[in-house]
Design a protein around this ligand. Structure first.
Ligand SMILES: [Zn+2]
Ligand SMILES: [Zn+2]
Length: 462
C-alpha cells in the first residue's frame, strides 16, 4: 500500500511536470515561430524600403532644392503646402489642407488592419538672409508681423519636408503590406508664427494642430519626427527622456524716475538697477538651481535704456529666455528670477515688472519607443549614438505630451568638415550634405513599418 501510494504520488508530479514542460515548449516554439516570421516580414519590408528610397533620392533632392530656394515663414507656407498637398493627392491619400492655417495632413490606409501612427515634418523657414553661393540659394523676402525680412531655410525644415514627402511615396508603394494607418503631418510655424503676436496668447504650429483635434480624430498611438543637425553626415543620434529644452521668454521693465544726468541724487536711476538685475539673474542658475535635477539657462538678450548722454531715463527694458528640461524645476527657476529682479529693483527704490511667457515645453522621448527603435535605426545607419541634451526647443514636445513620441537627429555635416566648427542651425551658413538625406527617408519609413508590424503581431499573439 505504502509502495503503491508512494509510486502514485511520484507519478502524478511527473505527469503534471511533463504536461507543463510540453505546454511551455509549445508556447515557446510558437513564439519563436512568430518572432521568426516577424523578422522575415520586417527584413523583406526593410529591403523594399532601401530599394524604394534609393529610387526616389534624386526626386527628393529636387524637392528640397526647390523648397530651399522658395522659403516661407511660419503660417505663410502657401507655396510649400501646395507642393506637399499635390504630392499626397498624387499618392491617393486622404488629404486636408489649411490645417492650423497652412499645414497639410495626409492619411495613408494600409492594406491590413492595425494601429495608427503619426509622422511629422515642419515646413517653415526663418527670418535670416542667406549668403550667395548655392545655385538654389534663397533670395526670398517675407513679412514678419508687418516687417519685411529676408527668409532662409536655416534650420533645415526644407529637408524635413522633402524627406517626409519621399517617405510618403515609399510607404504608399508598399501599402498593401502595411498593417495599419499612417498620418503624415506637414506642420506650419514650428519656429513661431509670422502673423500671430505671441503676447496675445494666440497659438500656432503643433499646439494649434492639437487644438483643432487632429489627434482625437485620427487617434495615432505614437509619433515620430526627425531633425537635421550638425553631426557626421548620415549619423543618427537620439536619446531616451528629455531631449530638447523647455523654453520661456521674459520681458522685464525696470521703472525709476528720470532726471538730469548731472544730478542723479534727485532721480531713481533705473540704469544701474537694470545692471544689478542682469548680474543678479546670473546667480539664479549658478547658486540656486539644483543641477542634479536639470541643466538650465537664464539669458538676458536685449537691453534698452535712454537716448541722450545727459538724461537719466524713466525706465529700462530687457528681454531674455529661461530654459531647462524639467517642468517643476522650470517653475522654481521662474519664481527665483522674478524674486531676484523685484527685490533688487526694490532695494534701489525702483520697481521691476517681469512677464514670463511659456514658449515650448521640453521634448521628452518615450523610453519604450526609444528602446524599440534603437535596433531599427542601427539597421538604417552604421553610425548611431546617444544624443547629448539639446539647448534648442521644439514644438514636437506638444505631440509627445499627448502620446508616446520619438524625436531623432540626422547628422548633415559634409565629410570634409568638422561638426565641432560647422555652422549650426539658424546660422546663415548652415549647410546640409544632401547625401545624408536618404538615411532620413529610410529612418522614418523603417520606424513606421517596425512599429506597425510589431503592434499587429503583439495583437495577434494575445
Ligand atoms: Zn530652428
Ligand atoms: Zn528646426
Amino acid at each position: 500500500m505504502e509502495t503503491t501510494y508512494v509510486t502514485k504520488a511520484k507519478i502524478k508530479p511527473i505527469i503534471i511536470n511533463s504536461v507543463l514542460l510540453i505546454s511551455v515548449l509549445f508556447v515557446l516554439s510558437n513564439k519563436a515561430y512568430a518572432q521568426n516570421n516577424d523578422s522575415v516580414t520586417i527584413a523583406s519590408l526593410e529591403s523594399q524600403i532601401r530599394i524604394r528610397a534609393a529610387e526616389i533620392e534624386k526626386k527628393m533632392i529636387g524637392w528640397r532644392e526647390d523648397i530651399h530656394q522658395h522659403p516661407e515663414l511660419g503660417d505663410a507656407e502657401m507655396r510649400t503646402s501646395k507642393i506637399v498637398a499635390d504630392q499626397l493627392n498624387h499618392l491617393g491619400m486622404e488629404v486636408t489642407t489649411g490645417v492650423a492655417r497652412t499645414g497639410v495632413i495626409g492619411i495613408l490606409k494600409g492594406g491590413k488592419p492595425g494601429a495608427t501612427i503619426a509622422l511629422r515634418a515642419d515646413m517653415d523657414a526663418l527670418p535670416v538672409k542667406e549668403p550667395e553661393g548655392l545655385s538654389f540659394a534663397s533670395k526670398a523676402m517675407g513679412t514678419m508681423r508687418g516687417q519685411q525680412v529676408n527668409v532662409m531655410h536655416a534650420c533645415g525644415h526644407d529637408t524635413h519636408t522633402a524627406m517626409l514627402m519621399a517617405a510618403a511615396e515609399v510607404l504608399s508603394g508598399m501599402k498593401q503590406d502595411i498593417p495599419g494607418t499612417i498620418m503624415f503631418i506637414f506642420q506650419p510655424a514650428e519656429e513661431g508664427s509670422s502673423i500671430v503676436d505671441p503676447t496675445t496668447g494666440d497659438i500656432w504650429g503643433a499646439q494649434l494642430i492639437l487644438k483643432e483635434g487632429w489627434f482625437k480624430k485620427v487617434k495615432p498611438e505614437a509619433v515620430f519626427a526627425l531633425h537635421v543637425m550638425v553631426g557626421p553626415s548620415g549619423a543618427i543620434f537620439f536619446k531616451s527622456g528629455a531631449t530638447t529644452a523647455g523654453s520661456e521668454n521674459f520681458t522685464l521693465k525696470v521703472s525709476g524716475r528720470g532726471g538730469h544726468g548731472g544730478m542723479p541724487w534727485s532721480t531713481i536711476d533705473p540704469v544701474p538697477t537694470a545692471a544689478l538685475i542682469v548680474s543678479g539673474l546670473q546667480t539664479t542658475v549658478s547658486r540656486k538651481a539644483d543641477l542634479t535635477k536639470s541643466p538650465a539657462v537664464v539669458t538676458v538678450a536685449t537691453l534698452q535704456a535712454g537716448s541722450n548722454p545727459n538724461v537719466i531715463p524713466d525706465s529700462v527694458f530687457m528681454s531674455g529666455t529661461i530654459r531647462s528640461y524639467d517642468k517643476d524645476f522650470q517653475n522654481k527657476l521662474d519664481s527665483d528670477v522674478t524674486l531676484t529682479a523685484e527685490k533688487i529693483a526694490e532695494s534701489q527704490g525702483g520697481i521691476a515688472k517681469i512677464t514670463i511667457t511659456p514658449n515650448y515645453p521640453a521634448t521628452i522621448n518615450d523610453s519604450k519607443l526609444a528602446d524599440q527603435m534603437s535596433p531599427v535605426l542601427k539597421r538604417v545607419s552604421n553610425n548611431v549614438s546617444e544624443s547629448p541634451l539639446q539647448g534648442a526647443s521644439e514644438d514636437f514636445s506638444f505631440y509627445a505630451k499627448e502620446i508616446p513620441g520619438l524625436f531623432i537627429f540626422l547628422g548633415i555635416t559634409p565629410k570634409d568638415q568638422d561638426p565641432a566648427t560647422a555652422a549650426p542651425n539658424h546660422n546663415p551658413h548652415f549647410f546640409v550634405d544632401e547625401t545624408a538625406l536618404i538615411t532620413g527617408i529610410r529612418a522614418m519609413a523603417s520606424m513606421t513599418i517596425n512599429y506597425l508590424v510589431s503592434a499587429a503581431n503583439t495583437k495577434k499573439n494575445k
